[in-house]
Design a protein around this ligand. Structure first.
Ligand SMILES: *[C@@H]1O[C@H](CO)[C@@H](O)[C@H](O)[C@H]1NC(C)=O
Ligand SMILES: *[C@@H]1O[C@H](CO)[C@@H](O)[C@H](O)[C@H]1NC(C)=O
Ligand SMILES: *[C@@H]1O[C@H](CO)[C@@H](O)[C@H](O)[C@H]1NC(C)=O
Ligand SMILES: *[C@@H]1O[C@H](CO)[C@@H](O)[C@H](O)[C@H]1NC(C)=O
Ligand SMILES: *[C@@H]1O[C@H](CO)[C@@H](O)[C@H](O)[C@H]1NC(C)=O
Ligand SMILES: *[C@@H]1O[C@H](CO)[C@@H](O)[C@H](O)[C@H]1NC(C)=O
Ligand SMILES: *[C@@H]1O[C@H](CO)[C@@H](O)[C@H](O)[C@H]1NC(C)=O
Ligand SMILES: *[C@@H]1O[C@H](CO)[C@@H](O)[C@H](O)[C@H]1NC(C)=O
Ligand SMILES: *[C@@H]1O[C@H](CO)[C@@H](O)[C@H](O)[C@H]1NC(C)=O
Ligand SMILES: *[C@@H]1O[C@H](CO)[C@@H](O)[C@H](O)[C@H]1NC(C)=O
Length: 476
């Protein structure tokens, strides 16, 4: 705790001047961020056989407690800061597809970081995964799986990575088969069936007990007409699980403000039913994918919107305190900058992107919305939406509203995972949390035991924390 506070103190001290050190990361940011999913692809909406680190709930269910580690945030959030003892698996993001299907690329510092990451995971008995793809890394999946010859070469590329880096897990984050994702990705009506044929060839080429997963949209993989496939059961024979990316359901691309990661939407007015954990699990299981092989993707970040106070606040019936309006109309010409990890610039397709407005959970605190206990500060309007079971905050002075997740919404998601018999959770991203407020909440809700202190908060780590703070200050 103490050392993660120090780490975060360094992060929180970053000002927006910090953005000047981000341009070198732009490629990665754009290749990594799962956002923009709904806007550009899926209409109207984005294992565990590991021998290591299994956690057992009171009734004997082995839950996956997973997170993605974003390599491009390693300067601010080095691998030492991961709460390893609280995860069963951690997935490094990303390796990217290339025009040569025989080659999956680790770019920038990733080739150096990945071996260190795997070593540290293994020291902690945690399954070490690598995610291939991401929003900006999925350009060539379609080509790589298109023909029998290409599939065989792509299988070899993946198994080479697995043996070279001693990986325990591979996560395919193809955004998305049969959909125009970021814009310049190759696409074919046969993507989903080709992907299946590829996985069927890959699985027997991997070591026994190897974990294969896919990060998926809230609707099942597209069929040849681009609609959700009616039957994806064959994928459950070759994948250990899918992680449903139940976030970016609403964002700056939506017509109004809405929950980033709704637990439920079937209780919302029809116009506000854009997807949720409830409807995503229903869609995947209806298409033959077992609930016991579904991991719920959860978000340690939210989306911010510029909302004039006339549109954000409504007087209460009793004439008392004002409350926040549901699905408020925001000013779509102004996307506010999010936290210090937000950046604008060209994406991998060469298209200029504005700020995303993303605010990590720690950014809610540095941004003056929440206190260090994760609760709304006085002077900030707060509302917990009972249908999506997620919170909203509003600063009437800056006129910024943020839809995000907190300890209460993470506990509700943990409850849902348990009651629905899902496989566990996977959080995007490890570095987004503050003092493990979100992680501890979902673990407790799942009945996962509080791990003994890792003992990692010794002088060495404190020195690393301070060192990073200084280093960032200098480069910013
Ligand atoms: C890892 O697992 C081994 C064997 O189960 C055990 O001896 C060791 O203490 C574990 N290490 C950690 C850091 O949990
Ligand atoms: C197979 O891969 C090659 C690159 O090695 C690519 O040029 C070709 O387009 C791919 N085939 C298909 C059908 O996409
Ligand atoms: C294998 O890993 C090493 C780093 O450990 C890297 O230098 C090398 O390029 C990798 N080779 C392949 C084929 O991935
Ligand atoms: C899709 O697969 C079918 C059946 O294998 C094939 O006839 C068709 O040419 C493929 N279409 C494309 C665009 O690759
Ligand atoms: C695609 O999926 C939709 C919805 O599940 C279904 O109505 C349609 O028949 C499917 N098309 C093909 C070609 O499988
Ligand atoms: C979702 O909403 C429906 C309709 O109100 C309700 O029946 C159901 O219990 C809710 N599920 C969860 C997990 O909140
Ligand atoms: C902003 O919203 C208006 C009306 O709601 C819409 O016509 C316009 O296309 C939107 N602009 C952008 C950039 O999304
Ligand atoms: C992106 O924005 C920069 C700075 O505003 C501008 O110089 C550049 O021409 C833009 N590029 C594209 C492709 O629009
Ligand atoms: C709201 O935003 C304003 C302007 O950025 C800032 O000065 C203020 O501290 C924030 N918080 C509250 C509670 O007003
Ligand atoms: C554990 O309990 C949940 C409900 O709380 C149930 O769905 C699941 O099937 C149980 N698992 C086992 C192995 O009994």
């Amino acid at each position: 705790m103490r050392c993660s506070n120090l780490a975060l103190a360094a992060l929180l001290s970053l000002s927006s001047a910090h953005a000047s050190f981000l341009p070198s990361l732009l490629h990665h940011r754009n290749s990594g961020v799962h956002s923009g999913v709904s806007r550009r692809s899926i209409p109207h909406p984005a294992k565990r056989h590991s021998a290591r680190g299994a956690s057992t709930s009171s009734n004997g269910t082995n839950y996956v407690a997973s997170t993605w580690y974003a390599g491009w945030h390693a300067t601010d959030f080095p691998i030492e800061y991961i709460s390893w003892e609280k995860y069963t698996s951690v997935t490094y993001a990303f390796a990217v597809t290339t025009a040569d299907e025989a080659m999956v690329s680790l770019e920038g510092p990733d080739a150096t970081l990945l071996p260190q990451f795997v070593t540290m995971a293994h020291q902690n008995n945690v399954s070490a995964g690598l995610s291939i793809g991401g929003w900006g890394g999925s350009l060539y999946f379609s080509n790589a799986v298109a023909t029998a010859t290409n599939r065989t070469a792509f299988v070899k590329a993946v198994t080479n990575l697995v043996s070279n880096y001693s990986l325990d897990a591979i996560d395919f984050d193809w955004e998305y088969p049969g959909h125009q994702g970021i814009g310049c990705n190759a696409i074919s009506p046969n993507d989903t069936s080709n992907f299946l044929a590829f996985l069927q060839e890959l699985r027997p080429a991997l070591p026994p007990k190897f974990t294969l997963s896919a990060a998926v949209a809230t609707t099942p993989f597209a069929n040849s007409t681009g609609l959700p496939s009616a039957d994806v059961s064959a994928f459950s024979k070759v994948l250990d699980y899918v992680a449903i990316m139940n976030y970016d359901v609403w964002g700056p691309f939506s017509p109004t403000v809405g929950p980033n990661a709704p637990l439920n939407d079937t209780c919302a007015p029809p116009a506000a039913q854009a997807g949720s954990a409830v409807s995503a699990v229903k869609a995947w299981t209806a298409a033959g994918f077992p609930a016991s092989q579904i991991v719920l993707g959860v978000a340690s970040y939210g989306h911010s919107y510029k909302v004039p106070s006339s549109a954000a606040l409504s007087p209460s019936a009793s004439g008392g305190a004002q409350t926040l309006v549901d699905n408020a109309q925001f000013d779509n010409k102004t996307v506010p900058a999010g936290d210090a990890w937000d950046a604008a610039g060209p994406d991998v397709c060469g298209v200029n992107q504005t700020f995303s407005g993303d605010v990590d959970f720690w950014g809610m605190i540095s941004g003056g919305y929440l206190g260090e206990d994760g609760k709304a500060l006085s002077g900030i309007q707060y509302k917990f939406d009972t249908c999506s079971q997620t919170p909203f905050v509003y600063n009437a002075t800056s006129e910024i509203m943020v839809a995000y997740d907190d300890a209460t919404s993470f506990a509700a998601k943990g409850q849902f995972i348990q009651s629905t018999g899902l496989r566990g959770f996977a959080m995007w991203e490890a570095g987004g949390d503050y003092d493990d407020i979100l992680l501890d909440s979902i673990r407790t809700s799942l009945g996962m035991p509080t791990p003994p202190s890792s003992g990692s908060c010794d002088e060495t780590d404190i020195n690393i924390g301070v060192g990073v703070g200084v280093g960032v200050g200098v480069s910013a």
